[in-house]
Write a new protein. Structure first.
Length: 372
């Protein structure tokens, strides 16, 4: 696989990795920010491969491999039909935990109904063979499909048992669906790698409930990560106007949307209350909204002072947000100005941080300690 990938990248375009890096002084580190590659069309998700290359999605419908030196592959062939509109398109991507031996990748996308305007979040898996995919199968389809360009959610995270968590938005116009168990809107769901339902899912035997559901009452989760200390799934979601949240997504828990929120209607107007019995309070929230996207627990050795910190990208303020934790509590927040909308954050094998910027000419950035 490494040889095939190397040959694939050799013949393809080269990003602007030769440009001079910029330096950012943060609270606990002096950071060098290097542009690895540019020319990406609204890049959305990425996953680090065993050979150090990155598998990167473009919301416009392309899947590419980018080398640490900035070589960008041509689009990988073999993707399914994707409805690219509004916030929909090709979204997150994850490698199988056993990718090195089985070559399976998993990706989320907005899947059209009969090539029409209705769509929903779907997840497919396929084997990555050089410049193409094989053995493609859709393993999850959110129901129902509706005509809406909003709130696909779509982050993918494997748990320690090898099950796959999928975050799903409320689709914008169907916010009340987040409180029902007969749709996937506004839910975290959990499936097996082949699309089957784990036997210990919480609603597996409940009449009227979709068996994939793990938690409910979410608005639009565009960040998710497994806490390396506890193995629990942490998520964040967009609030409406204010009220972005960080939650620990626990089985059967109801996170309240749209009954409780710290946000308000766009342009003003109350939505529910801020608390209600039986509904979970966020672990942390932002007012005003930062428009969060991407989430990472830092475990690398490049930045010793960041060990165990939680990183979140900010679309609205073009920042990387660093959160210090004490168990399940956020004790400090630092915002680092990147100057571009940060869509995703990932840790390289050597402990560097990679960022994707959400724009028509999107970039892959690399953060390392600045040389003294």
């Amino acid at each position: 696989m490494k040889l095939v990938t190397s040959l694939l990248l050799t013949a393809l375009s080269l990003g602007n990795s030769a440009l001079a890096a910029t330096t950012l002084t943060s609270e606990k580190a002096i950071i060098s920010i290097e542009k690895v590659a540019d020319g990406l069309s609204h890049p959305w998700g990425m996953s680090v491969m065993p050979d150090g290359n990155l598998l990167v999605t473009e919301r416009s419908g392309n899947l590419r491999i980018i080398s640490p030196a900035g070589q960008i592959s041509e689009p990988i062939k073999g993707l399914p039909d994707i409805r690219v509109y509004g916030q929909g398109g090709l979204l997150d991507v994850q490698l199988d935990p056993d990718f090195a031996s089985n070559q399976w990748i998993y990706f989320s996308f907005s899947e059209p109904l009969n090539n029409g305007k209705e769509s929903s979040t779907a997840v497919a898996r396929a084997k990555l063979n050089g410049d193409s995919l094989s053995d493609l199968e859709v393993i999850f389809r959110a129901n129902p499909k509706i005509e809406s360009p909003y709130h696909f959610g779509s982050r993918l995270v494997f748990d320690r048992q090898g099950n796959l968590f999928i975050t799903l938005g409320d689709r914008g116009s169907r916010r009340q669906d987040a409180q029902t168990l007969d749709t996937h809107h506004g839910k975290v769901v959990r499936i097996r790698k082949d699309g089957e339902i784990p036997k210990d899912n919480p609603y597996i035997n409940q009449e009227g409930a979709l068996n994939e559901i793990w938690s409910l009452g979410h608005r639009n989760m565009q960040g998710a990560a497994l806490n390396p200390q506890t193995g629990e799934l942490w998520t964040h979601e967009h609030g409406p106007q204010g009220g972005d949240e960080i939650n620990i997504a626990r089985a059967t828990k109801n996170y309240g949307w749209p009954l409780i929120t710290y946000g308000e209607e766009y342009g003003g107007g109350k939505i529910g209350t801020t608390s209600q019995d039986g509904l979970e309070q966020p672990l942390y929230h932002w007012v005003p909204s930062i428009a969060p996207s991407g989430m990472l627990f830092y475990t690398g050795k490049q930045f010793d002072a960041w060990q165990g910190d939680l990183f979140v990208g900010s679309l609205k303020f073009s920042q990387l947000v660093r959160l210090e934790l004490d168990g399940d509590k956020v004790t400090h927040e630092e915002r680092m100005d990147i100057g571009q909308r940060v869509r995703d954050v990932e840790q390289g094998q050597d402990g560097v941080l990679y960022l994707l910027t959400d724009q028509p000419n999107g970039e892959l950035l690399k953060l390392t300690p600045a040389r003294k």
